[in-house]
Design a protein around this ligand. Structure first.
Ligand SMILES: Nc1ncnc2c1ncn2[C@@H]1O[C@H](COP(=O)(O)OP(=O)(O)OP(=O)(O)O)[C@@H](O)[C@H]1O
Ligand SMILES: [Mg+2]
Length: 419
């Protein structure tokens, strides 16, 4: 973990290194609380609570009091199952206005014979913040229409380090003259960050850090070849779809759009004059193949109409991420919304090639929590598509704690906001 230069090392009791910690995935549809044992890297429990309608908006908190109450229910469930009261918490962040920015910097070292230290790399990494901050402000201003918006840095992770042109995964101890690093920064509007901080405070835990959710999935849930060949990660939640792109082993961009599974539920409620709860049940029955053929056909026609809108949302996210190039052709889906039949097939269409998004039809995989391998879950608390993100956040939490307590080599991902 990189620490902001000059920031004081926090002194903690050594036993906290092995203690349990909490991760919170505050989703639009579900608040998910996971308790993990740091020493054993094992999930101890998970608690879920459904959000009240209107408390979340497209991945962001819209009602702090309401979300606080929902999170406390999820946490109570997790605490009662784990019989542990974590003191530290890592929270996920998602939503339309969360910006991922990559910036690069090079430095000519005055004393190439001196071995590199984490401190030297941290110092250089922090020089990229100002440039990335400007870029995030510009993007947010464009998206929100607000001039000079206040965006805050929430997370910083090193994605590439080269010494004299050689790519290294852990630069500590190397000697060399030319140091080049690329850093991935996550920024978010201040209001969004403070709302998450406030909810975390209400749990009684100290905040370990805030990590962009698609970043967590992209760095914790993919097979080794994805880091070699590049990948796109698409987390379809209830209110937002969060996309991350990995290239050359690191996340190079994230983009979130405000459409997820709830949009399909809303259309079903409208089309059949149902309450949202009943429409949700109908959608899940359709997804799990529990409807009679005739009813399934009626539901399909409503869902198909929304798929056309959803494709546009994906196109928006993909256009932003691909820039002038194309996207990697390995696409990994997760999130509860990825369970909807047909949603993964949306990428199997020649328009994506014609319009220059991919060089060939992408291979599509739906991730499961078992793909997040560095945390064990022997009791099987995390099993569904919706659980990939909270398990990835738990992995990030373990990495941040390990870095903080200097266990093994630094992970160079999920670098906490300094200070
Ligand atoms: N088997 C399934 N088939 C289709 N949709 C499903 C299935 N299971 C859950 N969903 C949908 O997944 C959505 C919730 O997923 P998830 O828990 O990942 O969202 P969230 O994290 O709360 O929201 P967000 O990430 O947008 O903030 C709901 O819209 C729900 O209807
Ligand atoms: Mg989610």
């Amino acid at each position: 973990m990189l620490r902001k230069p000059g920031s004081k090392r926090r002194t903690r009791r050594a036993d906290q290194a092995g203690a349990s910690f909490l991760t919170l995935d505050i989703g639009t549809e579900w608040a998910k609380a996971v308790i993990t044992n740091q020493a054993q890297r094992q999930v101890l429990s998970a608690g879920y609570a459904r959000q009240h309608l209107g408390d979340m908006d497209g991945g962001a908190i819209a009602n702090i009091a309401g979300v606080t109450e929902t999170v406390s229910r999820a946490l109570r469930e997790a605490v009662s199952l784990a019989d542990a009261e974590p003191q530290l918490c890592l929270a996920g962040i998602a939503g339309e206005l969360v910006q991922g920015v990559v910036s690069s910097i090079t430095s000519e070292r005055k004393r190439p014979d001196v071995p590199l230290t984490l401190r030297e790399i941290s110092r250089l990494a922090w020089h990229t913040v100002a440039q990335a901050h400007m870029a995030a402000k510009e993007k947010t201003a464009l998206q929100s229409g607000i001039r000079n918006p206040h965006v805050e840095l929430v997370d910083t992770a090193l994605i590439e380090i080269r010494i004299d042109g050689y790519r290294v995964s852990n630069p500590v101890g190397f000697r060399g003259k030319h140091l080049a690093i690329s850093v991935f920064h996550t920024f978010s509007p201040l209001v969004h960050v403070r709302a998450i901080e406030s909810v975390v405070r209400s749990t009684g835990c100290q905040l370990l850090g805030i990590v962009a959710e698609p970043f967590a999935v992209a760095t914790c849930a993919l097979p080794a070849e994805a880091y070699e060949l590049g990948a796109v990660v698409v987390d379809i939640g209830g209110g937002s779809t969060d996309v991350a792109v990995l290239e050359k082993g690191g996340v190079v961009g994230t983009k979130m759009v405000a459409m997820g599974g709830r949009a399909f539920t809303r259309s079903l409620a409208d089309a059949f004059s149902l309450s949202l709860d009943i429409a949700e049940e109908l959608k899940i029955d359709y997804a799990t193949g529990s409807l009679a053929a005739e009813q399934a056909e009626q539901v399909r026609s409503v869902i198909d109409a929304d798929m056309k809108v959803f494709v546009e949302a994906l196109r928006l996210a993909f256009s932003d991420l691909k820039g002038a190039g194309t996207l990697p052709t390995h696409v990994y889906f997760c999130g509860g919304g990825s369970g909807l039949p047909g949603i993964l097939d949306l990428l199997d269409h020649p328009q994506w090639l014609k319009q220059g998004f991919f060089t060939r039809t992408p291979t599509v995989v739906r991730l499961s929590p078992g793909d997040v391998k560095s945390i064990q879950d022997p009791q099987g608390f995390l099993q569904g598509f919706r659980d990939v993100t909270p398990k990835a956040l738990a992995t990030q939490g373990a990495r941040v704690l390990a870095d903080r307590f200097q266990e093994g080599t630094p992970s160079f991902t999920g670098i906490r906001k300094g200070g």
